[in-house]
Write a protein that binds this ligand. Structure first.
Ligand SMILES: [Zn+2]
Length: 480
């Protein structure tokens, strides 16, 4: 059997991420950028099937914790959007407006849906018995980005899930924030992603939130990408929107609220960028639209028997609830190998005359690009083992990159040096906005991402940048 090793089709993503990313989106048929409207792209089937699997995982987490699905209108009356002052100040410049018809007010395309949900919450919530209220929707949102746009990472339209919850107490609301963090962690682990959880600084919170927690994912070239946030809103929205309930003690109170936004487009970008290599996409089993592809290696006189065997193997794998494809198209085996590797199918099974005669199967793992042969009867147990092994390999590789990117910095000079080497900085920080602006200026764009909360970090010295007393350990990084 001839081993066809396709040429490396892509540049090294750690050295030239932009080129790698654009090429992979195009060649793996994920996105088509030829729609010709800034910040708007077409999501193709290979991408939507990946996104739907990401969505399913997060929606499952929400459903299991008592959330129910809803669908709110895309348009929000400007008077609703203006009800909470910090909120509109934060979003005004990014809002796409539709001019109202005569006698009607202007409408906004939702940049996020707090101000769509909460007028209804004030109609639906009356008593403590109506609480908690936990609803979510999976939709596109619209923001007029002025920065350069990049498909899935920074667009004017993107897909996300937004959950909006209301509680009778601050305690319950804060517990929800922890639950949102747990839901996100569980999902990201299945996607094999490496991430840091931070509490955003005062000036960097979601407009209208009391507290904002964010998941920053490590991307090639040492940059980070925010892929999910959860916010404690306190009563900042329930007061202007008059979301009031009658408590057990007979008193009227404002609800405490949370909102949670896992970004589906950005999670897809993170999966693509974290695992992909010079041959194309690499997908962990859980988010692979096709998990195993079976390719016949034809030989004259044996064609039918080989294809029959392929379908038999396919049926056996379907019984394990796997997403399987038998590629019996007319392409040459080499072209099939190339295509399914480019699309990131985790495992390929090859069946030729040799396999048929010896009652064996040849397997190929996309992540390691390794090929080996097994006894036919071991197929099921081998695939189930490989499924887990691929995820643990991808996850540990992602975490190795994160760990090797993280560096503790004690002073400004060390910080500047670290930024030149594309590192992610951990440092003691005074908590002052001016200091964070100085960091950004000195490093050419590094931002204080916030206090690290997924790992307990103790302050070990003064603020690395200004020498004042430090109040926390923060993550400082360049972001997309
Ligand atoms: Zn400082």
């Amino acid at each position: 059997m001839v081993l066809l090793q396709p040429e490396k089709a892509f540049p090294d993503k750690e050295k030239n991420f932009s080129e790698w990313y654009s090429l992979i989106l195009e060649r793996a048929e994920l996105v088509d950028i030829r729609y010709n409207v800034k910040g708007f792209v077409v999501y193709r089937p290979n991408l939507m099937r990946l996104i739907n699997l990401i969505r399913d995982e997060l929606e499952r987490g929400l459903t299991e914790t008592g959330h129910q699905p809803v669908l709110f209108p895309l348009v929000i009356p400007m008077s609703y959007l203006r009800k909470e002052e910090e909120h509109i100040t934060g979003f005004e410049a990014e809002v796409f407006k539709i001019r109202g018809e005569e006698g009607e007010e202007d409408l906004a395309l939702r940049p996020t849906s707090e101000t769509a949900f909460y007028p209804m919450y004030s109609l639906w919530i009356h008593s403590y018995r109506d609480l908690p209220l936990k609803l979510f929707q999976t939709v596109t949102v619209y923001r007029k980005e002025t920065k350069a746009t990049r498909p899935l990472i920074r667009g004017r339209e993107f897909l996300w899930i937004e959950a909006h919850d209301a509680f009778s107490s601050k305690d319950d609301a804060l517990k929800q924030v922890s639950e949102d963090i747990r839901i996100t962690k569980n999902a990201l682990e299945k996607f094999g992603l490496a991430f840091i959880v931070v509490e955003r600084e005062e000036w960097d919170k979601f407009p209208g939130a009391e507290k904002t927690f964010a998941f920053d994912c490590i991307m090639p070239e040492g940059k980070v990408l925010q892929i999910a946030t959860t916010h404690y809103l306190g009563t900042k929205f329930s007061i202007p929107f008059e979301i009031i309930f009658l408590d057990k003690d007979g008193s009227k109170k404002y609800v405490h609220q949370t909102c949670f936004g896992p970004g589906l487009s950005r999670m897809a970008a993170a999966v693509i960028s974290t695992h992909g290599d010079e041959y194309g996409l690499v997908l962990p089993f859980d988010v692979a639209p096709i998990q195993v592809v079976i390719v016949p290696i034809p030989k004259e006189g044996f064609e039918n028997r080989i294809v029959e065997k392929c379908f038999e193997v396919g049926e056996r794998l379907k019984r394990l609830n796997l997403r399987v494809k038998v590629d019996d198209s007319e392409d040459r085996p080499g072209s099939k190998f190339y295509k399914w590797e480019l699309y990131g199918v985790p495992v390929r099974v090859e069946v030729g005359v040799k396999e048929l005669e010896e009652n064996k199967l040849t397997l190929f793992r996309r992540d390691l690009r390794k090929r080996w042969t097994i006894e036919d009867s071991f197929l099921e147990q081998e695939i189930m083992y490989v499924k887990d092994d691929i995820l643990s390999f991808l996850r540990s590789r992602a975490y190795e990159r994160l760990e090797s990117a993280l560096v503790r910095v004690n002073c400004r000079e060390e910080g500047i040096e670290a930024s030149k080497n594309g590192k992610i900085i951990l440092m003691n920080f005074c908590g002052q906005k001016e200091c964070s602006e100085k960091i950004k200026e000195d490093t050419g764009g590094y931002e204080v991402r916030g206090r690290r909360v997924d790992v307990e970090e103790k302050v070990w010295g003064p603020c690395a940048w200004c020498g004042r007393t430090a109040e926390k350990v923060v993550v400082v990084a360049k972001s997309f």
